[in-house]
Design a protein around this ligand. Structure first.
Ligand code: NI
Length: 204
């Protein structure tokens, strides 16, 4: 295979494996945790509704380093663990005041605006909860090859949801630069953030 094809194939495999790989312990991720995807994926583009009920687009975040993550608030372990690692990384990174963490729910039926608001507010104000119509969600997930699915409901009506556990890091121009795989710990996220924040012109 050509080198670019090999990278794309590897990336696709990593993302597909992500829900399973989320069970791996965190630790010495190194470059295995943070893949360079510069030039390999399209720029950030979406129209969604934020946790305050405002219609937002990717243009609202231009000039900021942003992280993009797909999950759902009922997630018992992986989502809260990942978001906690990101929060720790934000706290340990100088100049990260302008960073925004975009948490896109793949379960908009249960994650109403109010539920999403409570959830992201429990983290901190750099976290933005986003939800959309099934079509808006599907378009954004496809753009970054993120998989999610809703399982059969049990007797109580509750249903399981699976989702890829990759976190995409975008520079201030909205270009995807790194993808953090499930083994990424707070140090890995901080390293990725510093890398992008060192570029001039970032909003603070
Ligand atoms: Ni989750």
């Amino acid at each position: 295979m050509k080198p670019l094809m090999r990278i794309l194939a590897g990336l696709a495999a990593a993302l597909l494996l992500a829900p399973v790989a989320g069970c791996l312990p965190a630790g010495e991720g190194g470059d295995r945790a943070l893949r360079d995807i510069t030039g390999l994926m399209p720029e950030l583009r979406f129209t969604l509704t934020d946790h305050r009920g405002r219609r937002v687009t990717a243009a609202d975040f231009r000039g900021r380093v942003t992280l993009l993550y797909f999950g759902f608030t009922h997630c018992p372990d992986i989502c809260p663990t990942t978001l906690a690692r990101i929060r720790r990384a934000l706290g340990e990174t100088d100049g990260a005041g302008g960073v925004r963490v975009l948490f896109v729910t793949v379960d908009p039926a249960r994650d109403t605006r109010a539920v999403l608001d409570r959830y992201v507010s429990a983290f901190e104000d750099r976290f933005v909860g986003l939800r959309g119509t099934p079509e808006q969600l599907r378009d954004l997930a496809r753009r970054y090859r993120v998989a999610y699915s809703r399982g059969k409901p049990g007797p109580d009506g509750a249903y399981p949801v699976t989702h890829s556990n990759a976190v995409f890091l975008f520079d201030r121009r909205g270009e995807p630069r790194r993808v953090a795989l499930p083994i990424a710990d707070a140090r890995d996220f901080a390293r990725g953030l510093r890398l992008l924040l060192e570029q001039p012109g970032t909003r603070t």
